[in-house]
Design a protein around this ligand. Structure first.
Ligand SMILES: [Ca+2]
Ligand SMILES: [Ca+2]
Ligand SMILES: [Ca+2]
Length: 436
């Protein structure tokens, strides 16, 4: 008797569930419910700021085609990227002296596919006050000779990344400034002319913050000369631990303001327990990245890329851009932080330089919304008229710090959600201190 009654109650409960108190089933439906609880009903016309973007096309020689007035006599870098202000002589001196007086420094990593290289110092030129002469005794058959060589004179072809992309016009440890794209900062090397070998294990990458206030926020690569003429080591030069034989600055290729790049701000709440979402969980900073589209000549034909500039990873989940899992780029790793649980550049965790990387895309892709973003296996979407996990804004819009309220920071965001206006809701900042 009892048993029958129990079944009856269950059946009744289920029946009422499917009628009056409709329980959302899919993740997106549950998300819609918590999103609307926070921000109100989503207007059917809201597209979250995503629109088709301008596409830059470069010819075989890396020259920008179309879209802007071309001046063949000046370089065009400034049309699509922020060209760093050149170093002053005083700044170069500060950097040179630091490298000449700090042996075996601890380096760091940056992750840029697109960057500038600027000459700082060629070894052997100025060594007053230096702890290294930047000249080296050679060893023959393991015995030191009286012959010295100036290392920098043997250093040809500055090379970037494990594919050894040559930096044009940087030879003999000298150069001016060059823009590298679709390259890599995963290592740096030089070609040694005496022994005719490449060395990409004798560099160090140092943050200007470590050197002096006048070069804070900059990055420098120093090389310690080494040489081995024969594989058996018959003639060689030992590095001396001072990475001053060639010093260059590297600077990320940041999007020029007002160019075609757009910023995407990502919220990963959909992958959380949606029953316990709080107001301060909404921050749309779990990934913040800019998207720019480019055609570049590569492997004999024009290929289309999304150039991604990753600014922040304000979440602790496995979040990938460009595809799911291994098919995408994990945001913490991209910012050179191995710990997935560390938030980066949101005021609560680690601080890192931006990451710049490229994703090959199909010819018809020209909207930042088409760059897939995943949290684990869950794709984060921005559908017109539906609760969104991504917002698209101009690249000068700042993102949120952690644990502050989105709704109390952007005063008009709720209006935008409810009525599709104002579309520049990001200009209605109420509490500047909530932004990173
Ligand atoms: Ca050295
Ligand atoms: Ca969040
Ligand atoms: Ca966050």
């Amino acid at each position: 008797m009892k048993k029958i009654l129990f079944v009856g109650i269950t059946a009744l409960a289920m029946a009422s569930c499917t009628h009056d108190d409709y329980a959302p089933v899919s993740k997106q439906e549950q998300y819609q419910a918590v999103f609307e609880k926070e921000f109100g009903a989503v207007n059917p016309n809201v597209n979250w700021g995503f629109t088709p973007q301008q596409v830059f096309t470069f010819d075989k020689d890396g020259k920008l085609i179309g879209t802007r007035a071309a001046n063949p006599n000046s370089n065009q870098w400034a049309d699509y990227v922020t060209v760093p202000t050149k170093l002053t002589d005083a700044q170069k001196e500060v950097v040179r002296k630091w490298f000449q007086n700090n042996p075996n420094p601890q380096g760091q990593k940056v992750n840029w596919s697109d960057f500038f290289v600027e000459q700082v110092y060629k070894g052997g030129k100025k060594t007053e006050g230096s702890k290294t002469p930047e000249t080296y005794y050679t060893f023959n058959d393991g015995v030191q000779t009286q012959t010295t060589i100036t290392g920098s004179n043997q250093m040809d072809w500055l090379a970037c990344g494990s594919k050894k992309d040559h930096v044009n016009n940087f030879n003999g440890a000298d150069g001016n400034i060059m823009y590298m794209y679709d390259s890599s900062t995963d290592c740096f090397g030089f070609h040694e002319s005496h022994g005719d070998k490449y060395y990409d294990d004798s560099y160090v990458l140092i943050s200007g913050d470590q050197i002096d206030k006048s070069v804070a926020g900059m990055y420098f690569v120093g090389f310690d000369y080494k040489m081995q003429k024969y594989d058996n080591g018959d003639t060689r030069v030992n590095p001396d631990g001072y990475y001053s034989d060639w010093i260059v600055r590297i600077a990320p290729g940041l999007n020029a303001p007002g160019t075609a790049a757009m910023r995407v701000m990502v919220e990963d709440i959909i992958d959380s327990n949606l029953a316990s979402v709080q107001t301060s969980d909404w921050d749309f900073n779990d990934a913040v990245f800019d998207v720019k589209f480019e055609y570049n000549w590569k492997d004999g034909h024009n290929q289309k890329f999304a150039v991604i500039t990753l600014h922040a990873a304000g979440g602790t989940k496995y979040l990938t851009i460009g595809g799911q899992g291994d098919k995408g780029v994990e945001v913490h790793k991209a910012l050179c932080v191995e710990e997935q649980g560390t938030m980066i550049n949101t005021g609560n965790g680690a601080t890192r330089p931006v990451a710049i990387f490229r994703i090959p895309v199909a010819d018809n892709v020209n909207n930042a919304n088409d760059i897939p973003v995943y949290v684990g296996a869950q794709e984060l979407t921005a559908q017109k008229g539906e609760a969104t996990q991504k917002l698209c804004v101009p690249t000068d819009v700042k993102w949120m710090k952690e644990r502050v309220q989105f709704i109390n920071t952007y005063e008009k965001f709720k209006d935008y959600v409810n009525s599709n206006t104002p579309d520049n809701w990001y200009k209605s900042v109420k509490n500047q201190e909530n932004l990173y």
